[in-house]
Design a protein around this ligand. Structure first.
Ligand SMILES: Cc1cc2nc3c(=O)[nH]c(=O)nc-3n(C[C@H](O)[C@H](O)[C@H](O)COP(=O)(O)OP(=O)(O)OC[C@H]3O[C@@H](n4cnc5c(N)ncnc54)[C@H](O)[C@@H]3O)c2cc1C
Length: 279
């Protein structure tokens, strides 16, 4: 195990060891190792790198969260007021122990469609910073996640931070699982209502190979903009919104749920989030 004390040291270690895996909180990686799914010979620990644990406001419109920031910090201020949906999503992750160790970067590194922070990133059009020893690039979350546990990050790159736009509006996250706590989602949704542009954005988790942005449902609401003007959404409109969202997802049957139940859950989650946004 190489315990890096700086980002540069971690990047050099990655460049010099082709087989190295980075580890932050270890709440995903150690499970993979314990089940013998992975046998990395070199691990590069990012846990003691202060640069990855910062929360900054590079400009008035953006909040940038370091990849090593754990959920226990994302649940509270200053994140809770600026990104309430991210705070809500973080509060639903695992147990206090998992939230103390697990990080935003680890959720992205694993890139499971059930990752709780990912629908928030998709609904807010977040940008991911990727750093290697000789280059830096910023990738939209829409390009970053390419499939189930697949993303465009190269082996020699470290996710350093995620930039979230600060919106003037409402945002919320909800998830359904087989019980109330310590549960991977069966279906999840993040809704953002941007009061400045009037746009409503909806992203769904656990109901497709990637997080799904419901572009058609969003457009339907926009085309019927008068529906949101009265600041109260009727139950009929909310139901129609939910029904349209459920048609945009492509869930599967698996050990956690059936596709049919997942579609039903999405229709309810989306409808409720829309009503909350305008209540
Ligand atoms: C009991 C339990 C309950 C859980 N509950 C939930 C839940 O409710 N919701 C949920 O979304 N997840 C849950 N998880 C999964 C896990 O906690 C999260 O995905 C967490 O965000 C992983 O973060 P980590 O820092 O522990 O990542 P690690 O395990 O350290 O790493 C995960 C992967 O990301 C890579 N990685 C980590 N950091 C970086 C980086 N900066 N740059 C590049 N690659 C990186 C690693 O190489 C590895 O492939 C649970 C896990 C357990 C064990």
């Amino acid at each position: 195990m190489i315990v890096a004390k700086s980002l540069d040291a971690a990047l050099i270690a990655l460049r010099e060891h082709d087989d190295a895996r980075v580890i932050q909180g270890g709440t995903d990686l150690m499970v993979e190792i314990n089940f013998n799914h992975l046998k990395p010979t070199t691990m590069v620990s990012l846990r003691h790198i202060p640069e990855l644990r910062t929360i900054t406001r590079p400009d008035g419109n953006t909040i940038s969260i370091g990849s090593g920031v754990p959920y226990s910090q994302l649940e509270i201020e200053p994140v809770a007021s600026v990104l309430p949906a991210l705070a809500q999503a973080s509060r639903t992750v695992g147990s206090p122990q998992i939230r103390a160790a697990g990080s935003l970067g680890g959720n992205l590194g694993t890139c499971s469609p059930a990752g709780d922070t990912l629908p928030v990133m998709f609904a807010l059009d977040a940008d991911i910073h990727l750093q290697s020893s000789d280059s830096h690039r910023t990738v939209s979350i829409h390009q970053f996640m390419t499939g189930v546990k697949r993303n465009v990050k190269r082996h020699d790159e470290i996710i350093t931070a995620v930039d979230f736009p600060i919106i003037d509006g409402w945002q919320g996250y909800s998830k359904v699982g087989v019980r109330n706590a310590m549960v991977i989602s069966v279906a999840s949704a993040c809704l953002v209502a941007d009061h400045k542009s009037g746009d409503v954005r909806l992203a769904l988790g656990s109901v497709g190979p990637t997080i799904i942005r419901c572009r058609e449902t969003e457009q339907w609401l926009k085309d019927n903009a008068s529906l949101t003007h009265n600041s109260v959404i009727s139950p009929d409109i909310a139901r129609e919104f939910g029904a349209r969202a459920s048609r945009e997802c492509s869930p599967i049957d698996d050990h956690r749920s059936t596709a049919q139940y997942r579609r039903h859950a999405i229709s309810i989650l989306a409808a409720r989030l829309l009503q909350k946004a305008y209540s």
